[in-house]
Design a protein around this ligand. Structure first.
Ligand SMILES: [Zn+2]
Ligand SMILES: [Zn+2]
Length: 189
């Protein structure tokens, strides 16, 4: 394929980097690649892992402030990558919520979720499905998708694992169309 000077920059922007944060299981991180490629129409690459930012830890709660981890992750996004997704394995929270599965910031082009509450000890396939679901959800936010009223859409806001299992990693038709519009706009930049 012939590639002109303009299209090099364009093509370089169509990359989602996935980075383990702390000790996230590499097998789970790898599993995300194909799901994210299919959903977002982007090339997905491994980014170097980074350690947990200790300033995010709150000993009184035994939890990690998700936005602090996201702020540490975001600057590690290479310029050639459109988005970076961090995969952690510690329990996350934000103020006013007991816990969160993940967090996203569209302006930073970064999202993060944790496996801490997703692991199904006797059902590794279920763990992978949950991880894919949360990865799509948080990255979906970075492409401008909000929460969805369809309980079978990945953009449904899960309060419980049962809801995560019910919704799965697929976007409803409306959100899939919104994502196509958002990514097409990025492609035209
Ligand atoms: Zn959400
Ligand atoms: Zn939806």
């Amino acid at each position: 394929m012939a590639v002109g000077p303009g299209s090099v920059a364009q093509r370089a922007a169509r990359i989602i980097a996935v980075a383990p944060v702390g000790r996230a299981a590499p097998a789970v991180v790898r599993h995300l690649h194909s799901v994210l490629e299919d959903t977002f129409g982007r090339e997905v690459i491994d980014a170097p892992g980074l350690p947990l930012a200790l300033r995010a830890y709150r000993p009184a709660r035994g939890q990690w402030l998700a936005t602090d981890l996201l702020d540490a992750l975001a600057p590690t996004r290479a310029a050639r990558c459109e988005r970076i997704l961090g995969v952690a394995e510690v329990d996350l929270f934000v103020p006013d919520l007991n816990f969160v599965f993940g967090v996203a910031d569209a302006a930073l082009g970064a999202a993060l979720f944790s496996l801490a509450r997703l692991v199904a000890p006797r059902d590794p396939q279920r763990t992978l499905r949950r991880a894919a679901t949360e990865a799509v959800h948080e990255l979906g936010h970075t492409y401008g998708l909000g929460h969805c009223k369809d309980p079978r859409c990945a953009m449904w806001f899960s309060n419980t694992l049962a809801e995560t299992d019910r919704k799965g990693a697929r976007l409803c038709a409306r959100d899939a169309a919104a994502l196509r519009r958002a990514t097409a706009l990025n492609d035209a930049d």
